[in-house]
Design a protein around this ligand. Sequence first.
Ligand code: DER
Length: 252
Amino acid sequence: ADIEASKRAAAKAAVANHYPKDARWVGIGSGTTIVYVVEAIQALGVDTSLTHYVPTGYQSRQLIVSAGLTAVEFDAIPQGTVLDVAFDGADEVDDELNCIKGGGACLFQEKIVAMQAKEFICVADSRKLQSRLLSNWKYVPIEVAPIAAYRVIRKLTELGAVNPVLRQNLNVKEGPLKTDQGFFLVDAPFPPMLTKSDVQAGKVSGQNGAWEVGDLARRIKDIAGVLEVGIFSGQTGPEATAAGGVGGQRPV
Ligand code: DER
């Protein structure tokens, strides 16, 4: 079926079912699917003039502004404000709503916005749905401090990554890509990850580089030099409850 049509349908359903009519603070992700989310918000017919939309990078901010909505940078949100909801795309989603994110190199701001929201709504067409992460999408995007990049690459290899590489500016500029934070991205291929139910069924996390999702996210995050990792764990975490969440999906 037409991929754009399925992205638009997924975005429309996500907004219809998860955009609170009285929303005041809404996170807006990055990529192409999120464009249809903003389109669906505009078509809702609610008064958006009192709502603030928090971007997750340059493209996200321009999307908000060009839609005539009010953009407020993450560090301009009043202290302690919890976003009503955050919408974003993903590169892959598994049976337990774990996500791989970072294909668009915006994973750091995507994660802090997602973590600041009562509920994180991932909008993805059927191509993205796999029973386990890294079945179709092959690598974990990781944002790293440039000075530590090769140390991180070596540590990832020790965790079982197969030839992790710095993401380059292909055909536009020599050298590695820099994120909105001025960091580098390492793309680290791993074998397909294990879900929590795999581990409950007796599979051992870490054997031959096949890690349980949350386990791998924590081990990568623990490598000195890593700013953030493009694994969002689909679990109902304490923050969701603390923020009055209704058990929304929580990234790690
Ligand atoms: O980088 C990301 O995680 C984005 O959300 C992105 O990869 C999703 O992109 P798409 O909506 O264009 O597939």
